[in-house]
Design a protein around this ligand. Structure first.
Ligand code: ADP
Ligand code: MG
Ligand code: ZN
Length: 475
C-alpha cells in the first residue's frame, strides 16, 4: 500500500524590534547573560507588561502579506507551564483570539501552484535560554531572551511532500525578509519550525495520527525529518500498529526522531486571558497605515519580472528568491537594459561564484556597477565572450572595474582583419594535414582552426571575424 504524508507547520519567527515585547529591555543578541533584563521580563511580582506597538505593526504586515484577516479585537492569554527558563511560570501568548486568521501562501512545486492555508498568526514572548554544563550536573539560566517578541505562523495540514514543506518555509522566510521584520535565520534560531507529520493511504481523505517533530534547525533537516517520519509511520501501520500522537525530537547526528513526550493537550496549559493586558484593538486606520508601508513582495516582483522584462518564470523565481538578490538585479538593470542577459549572468556566473566562496549576495565581490560595466563592454563587442569570463573572474578577485582590467591586461577584442589575417595565415601554414582533411570534406575541423587562432591571440580575436577569414582562405 502506498501512503502520502499530511504536513502542517508551526513557524516561530523572532521579530526584529529594538526592545522586547512587554518591557523596554534590548533584544540585542550576544550580551553577557542576564544583562538585558528588568523586573517585567524577570517576572517579579507586582509589575505590569506594556505591549510594544512595533510587534503589532510587524504582525499586521505579515498578516497582510499572507492574505489573513486582521482581527479587530484579539487577546493575550497565559500559557501555564513550569520550566526553569520561564520565570513567570507562564508564557504570554495568544490563544482563542489571535490577531490574524485564515490566510494562505501560494507555492510552486514542479511548475504547479499549490495553495497552503494559514490557520492563524499570533504574537507571543520567547522564553530564556538554559546553558547545560558539560562537566557538572548543573544548568545555568540566561534570561536575556525572555520576552523577545515572536510571531507564530500556523499552517493548515495542506502540505503533501517534504519538498513542499521546504518550499513553503523558503517563501515564508523570503516574505519576512522583504518585510524586514525578521532575520529569518534558521541556524541562529530566529526562524524555528515544528513539523506535524502524519500519513494516510493514497486516495484516502481521512488524516492519520500525527507526530510533532521539534528541533529542526535547517531547511535540509526539515525535509529529512519528514522523510524519516513518513518511513517510520509507514512501518508501524504496515505492521498493524498505531501511530502515537506525540512530540518527537529530531536528532541531526543520526538522522532519526525519538519520542520526547506524549502530546500535551491545550487544556494541560490552563490557558486563560491575561488579566494584565487589555484586549488588543486594531482599527481599519492602523491596518491601512501598515498596508501603505508594505514593500513589493516576492510574488508581485516575480509577476512583474515576467510581464515587464519577459523573463521566464524560473528566472523570475530565482531572482526574487531573496530581496537582496532581487535588489542586486534591479540595481544592474538601471545600468544595463537587457534583463535576460543580466539574469543569465547573475544566475550562472555570479551565483556560482558566491556559492563557491560561501558568500551572500550582499557581500558580492562583484558589484552591480562592475557587472554591468563588463556586460556593456561585451555588448559593444569591445571584448569577446571568452574574455568576458576571464574579466569576470579578475573582477571577483580584485574588485576592479571591467574597463580597468581590460585596459591593464590589454584584453580588447581584435576585430581588425589586418591584425587577424597574418595569424590565420600562420595557423594554416602550420597545419597542412588538417587543411587537406578540411578541404577533403571534414568541415568539423573549422572548430580546430578557430581554436588555434584564439589560442594564438590569447582569446582576443573576434571569433566572428576569425570565422569569416578562415572560410574565405580555406575555401
Ligand atoms: P497544537 O500543536 O497546539 O496541537 P493544532 O492542533 O492546531 O495545534 O495543530 C498544529 C499543527 O498541526 C497545524 O499546523 C496543523 O496543520 C497540523 N495538523 C493538524 N492535524 C494534522 C494531521 N492529522 N497531520 C499532520 N498535521 C496536522
Ligand atoms: Mg503545536
Ligand atoms: Zn525587561
Amino acid at each position: 500500500m502506498e501512503f502520502i504524508p499530511v504536513i502542517g507547520l508551526e513557524v516561530h519567527a523572532q521579530l526584529k524590534t529594538r526592545t522586547k515585547i512587554f518591557c523596554s529591555c534590548a533584544t540585542a543578541f550576544g550580551a553577557p547573560p542576564n544583562t538585558h533584563t528588568c523586573p517585567v521580563c524577570l517576572g517579579m511580582p507586582g509589575v505590569l507588561p506594556v505591549l510594544n506597538k512595533k510587534v503589532v505593526d510587524y504582525t499586521i504586515k505579515m498578516a497582510l502579506a499572507t492574505h489573513c484577516t486582521v482581527q479587530a479585537e484579539s487577546r493575550f492569554a497565559r500559557k501555564n507551564y513550569f520550566y526553569p527558563d520561564l520565570p513567570k511560570g507562564y508564557q504570554i501568548s495568544q490563544y482563542e483570539l489571535p490577531i490574524a486568521t485564515d490566510g494562505y501562501l501560494d507555492i510552486e512545486i514542479d511548475g504547479r501552484v499549490i495553495r497552503i492555508g494559514i490557520t492563524r498568526i499570533h504574537m507571543e514572548e520567547d522564553a530564556g535560554k538554559l546553558i547545560h554544563d558539560p562537566d557538572r550536573p548543573i544548568s545555568r539560566v540566561d534570561l536575556n531572551r525572555t520576552g523577545v517578541p515572536l510571531m507564530e505562523i500556523v499552517s493548515e495540514p495542506d502540505i503533501r511532500s517534504p519538498e513542499a514543506a521546504g518550499e513553503y518555509l523558503r517563501q515564508l522566510r523570503a516574505i519576512l525578509r522583504y518585510l524586514n521584520i525578521s532575520d529569518g535565520n534558521m541556524e541562529e534560531g530566529s526562524f524555528r519550525c515544528d513539523a506535524n507529520v502524519s500519513i494516510m493511504p493514497e486516495g484516502s481523505t481521512v488524516f492519520g495520527t500525527r507526530a510533532e517533530v521539534k528541533n529542526l534547525n535547517s531547511f535540509k533537516h526539515v525535509e529529512k525529518a519528514i522523510y524519516y517520519e513518513m518511513a517510520r509511520q509507514k512501518e508501524i501501520l504496515l505492521d498493524g500498529g498505531q501511530v502515537d500522537q506525540e512530540t518527537r525530537l529530531w536528532q541531526p547526528d543520526n538522522g532519526q526522531t525519538v519520542s520526547m513526550r506524549g502530546k500535551e493537550d491545550a487544556h494541560d496549559y490552563r490557558y486563560f486571558p491575561d488579566p494584565d493586558l487589555l484586549p488588543l484593538v486594531v482599527d481599519a486606520g492602523w491596518i491601512e497605515r501598515m498596508r501603505a508601508q508594505m514593500p513589493e513582495l516576492p510574488a508581485q516582483r516575480q509577476a512583474r519580472y515576467m510581464a515587464d522584462y519577459g523573463l521566464p518564470s524560473a528566472d523570475a523565481r530565482v531572482l526574487t528568491g531573496s530581496r537582496d538578490l532581487s535588489d542586486y538585479f534591479e540595481a544592474c538593470l538601471t545600468e544595463f537594459d537587457q534583463p535576460k542577459t543580466l539574469a543569465n549572468w547573475i544566475m550562472g556566473d555570479l551565483l556560482g561564484l558566491l556559492k563557491a566562496k560561501g558568500l551572500d549576495i550582499i557581500d558580492s565581490p562583484v558589484s552591480p556597477k562592475n557587472l554591468t560595466g563588463l556586460l556593456t563592454l561585451l555588448d559593444a563587442d569591445v571584448i569577446s565572450g571568452k574574455i568576458a569570463k576571464t574579466v569576470f573572474e579578475a573582477m571577483a578577485e580584485t574588485g576592479q572595474a571591467a574597463k580597468t582590467i581590460v585596459e591593464e591586461k590589454g584584453l580588447v577584442q581584435v576585430s581588425d582583419t589586418s591584425a587577424i589575417d597574418p595569424v590565420v595565415d600562420a595557423v594554416i601554414a602550420g597545419h597542412p594535414d588538417e587543411v587537406q582533411r578540411y578541404q577533403g570534406g571534414q568541415k568539423k575541423l573549422m572548430g580546430f582552426f578557430v581554436g588555434q587562432i584564439m589560442k594564438a591571440t590569447k582569446g582576443k580575436a573576434n571569433p566572428k571575424v576569425v570565422n569569416e577569414i578562415l572560410k574565405k582562405k580555406l575555401g
